[in-house]
Design a protein around this ligand. Structure first.
Ligand SMILES: Nc1ncnc2c1ncn2[C@@H]1O[C@H](COP(=O)(O)OP(=O)(O)O)[C@@H](O)[C@H]1O
Ligand SMILES: [Mg+2]
Length: 504
């Protein structure tokens, strides 16, 4: 361009200056001419593009792809509602900023904040539990830990029902909570027959009477005894066995009352031993079998853990508590299940009270709980009461088929596992193996897009199904949290230092 500098500063979309208009017309003519020339001679076969006769391939040219003038964008004032109608499927709805920040909504919704109690009040979810699926190392535990840490800092409480790897110990300590370590030779005992914390209100919201409380405690104790026997015998109890267990529990409670203590498993075993000489052959036989079965709790690898009065102190006011069972690694699967059942039932007995405020209960690596029928049944029942007692449960699994470990298709166990899945109104799915994609998609009723997404999710990114809505969320961790949550042992020392920072 020569001569006087052009005065035009801003162009509207159609308002190009004359010179560029002229050059644009010229180049268009050139193109048309080239196309025309190419048509008869150069197009050898039908459908073939004409060969280009100008410029060098791949080289940028002045104004290429720029149009003939500068574009001035004008904003269009509109409402979010109109925008969502004009541009559907572009960005999902947001959950609002209530609750703790967990990360970013990758579908354009901005910050992703989560508070299950608020969501329940707003009617977005109707069940107070969440299941977290994902392959090893995809960031499931980190999500649960960041959620727990931030929730506790916002005033809620945390209980880890059973922590097989002991990976929550650092987190709970950093939050100023207490950790109960259970294992062979640890010297800490938990009595699964402890009455638990007495709530002032029943699940129905009316004041709990002494009779109501006594009934609640007896039901709990019977449930854990049945659970233990089922785990140890790997079968259902016969009516006679159920009967003798119930009798022995009552006798045991009387014996404990006489010595002004709490009933313990050896009390029940003593009562069963006495009933071995019962005149009714059925009762005598069943008592003998039950006594032998429960002896397993007081001998071998389980000795000293659940066979006496509780030595651990459960502080209901502590911001966080966990039961660390990592000392049991390498124990028989049967022993591991017993430990899970006892620590799970004990934690539930302690936290099932509406007086303790809102509490998060974590079942870390929960497939052991699922594979034991009695344990599963206990979970299904206690999950139904979660809402009444202000509890939000988080169960961490690898894949949906972990739920199938519960039992064969069509069995009672399988039905219970399904009911657990149905009760969980929040489902978070981290990256899944190709082999499990179909089952995951079918069971969780995922769309095609969601199914294809699951194989490619990055570490720390999960698909959240919340009632009817779905979100893709990247969990953001702070520097302090990253060091604290790291499951890599080399970073334990760093984590210890940073846990001090978190406490400040
Ligand atoms: N959101 C995240 N951002 C960055 N790193 C993460 C994130 N989530 C997990 N990690 C890293 O991945 C490691 C394994 O995560 P972890 O939560 O233990 O996986 P999982 O419980 O699924 O096996 C963690 O130690 C952490 O270093
Ligand atoms: Mg984990």
């Amino acid at each position: 361009m020569t001569g006087k500098p052009q005065k035009i500063e801003v162009f509207d979309f159609y308002d190009a200056n004359r010179a560029s208009k002229r050059s644009s017309i010229k180049s268009t003519r050139q193109i048309l001419k080239a196309l025309k020339a190419a048509r008869p001679g150069e197009t050898k076969t039908a459908g073939e593009f004409p060969r280009r006769s100008w410029g060098h391939g791949g080289q940028p040219r002045p104004k290429s792809l720029h149009g003939t003038g500068m574009l001035r964008l004008r904003g269009v004032p509109t409402t979010a509602h109109t925008g969502a109608t004009a541009y559907p499927y572009v960005a999902g709805t947001s959950l609002r900023a209530d609750g703790v920040y967990l990360g970013r909504d990758l579908n354009g919704g901005g910050a992703f904040c989560f508070d299950p109690w608020q969501l329940y009040e707003r009617g977005i979810i109707s069940g107070m539990s969440m299941i977290l699926f994902g392959q090893v190392g995809t960031g499931k535990s980190s999500l649960a830990k960041s959620f727990a840490v931030r929730l506790v800092q916002a005033g809620r409480k945390l209980s880890v029902a059973s922590d097989k790897k002991g990976e929550w110990t650092r987190v709970v300590h950093a939050l100023g909570g207490s950790v109960i370590q259970v294992g062979p030779g640890m010297g800490t005992r938990i009595n699964p027959l402890d009455p638990g914390t007495r709530p002032s209100l029943s699940a129905q919201g009316v004041p709990l009477t002494d009779e109501g409380w006594a009934l609640m405690v007896r039901t709990r104790r019977m449930a854990i005894l049945v659970t233990l026997v089922r785990i140890l015998t790997n079968r259902e109890l016969s009516p006679a066995e159920h009967h003798v267990l119930s009798l022995a529990l009552d006798t045991g409670v009387q014996a404990a009352r006489a010595r002004k203590g709490v009933v313990i498993i050896p009390d029940v075993i003593d009562a069963l031993e006495t009933d071995k000489t019962h005149p009714d052959v059925l009762v005598a036989e069943a008592s003998s079998v039950m006594a032998m079965t429960l002896h397993r709790m007081t001998t071998g690898d389980l000795a000293g853990m659940f066979d006496g009065e509780t030595t651990a102190h459960f502080d209901a006011d502590a911001p966080a508590t966990s039961i660390d069972t990592s000392a049991l690694q390498g124990a028989s699967p049967e022993a591991a299940r017993v430990v899970n059942a006892c620590s799970g039932a004990w934690t539930e007995a302690m936290v099932t009270t509406s007086d303790g405020g809102q509490r998060l209960v974590i079942y870390e690596e929960g497939w052991d709980n699922i594979s034991s029928e009695a344990d599963l049944q206990r979970m299904v029942e206690s999950w139904k009461l979660a809402r009444a007692y202000g509890i939000f449960n988080v169960l961490i699994l690898h894949k949906v088929s972990d739920l199938n470990m519960a039992g064969d298709h069509g069995s009672r166990m399988a039905a219970m596992a399904k009911s657990l899945l149905a009760d969980a109104d929040v489902k978070v799915i981290y990256r899944q193996d190709r082999s499990t994609l179909k089952l995951t998609g079918d069971e969780l009723d995922l769309s095609d897009r969601e199914r294809s997404l699951l194989k490619h999710l990055d570490k720390g990114v999960g698909l959240w199904r919340l009632g009817a809505s779905s979100f893709q969320v990247k969990n953001d961790l702070t520097r302090v949290e990253l060091a604290l949550f790291n499951t890599d042992e080399r970073l334990v020392t760093a984590a210890k230092a940073t846990s001090e920072e978190l406490r400040v």
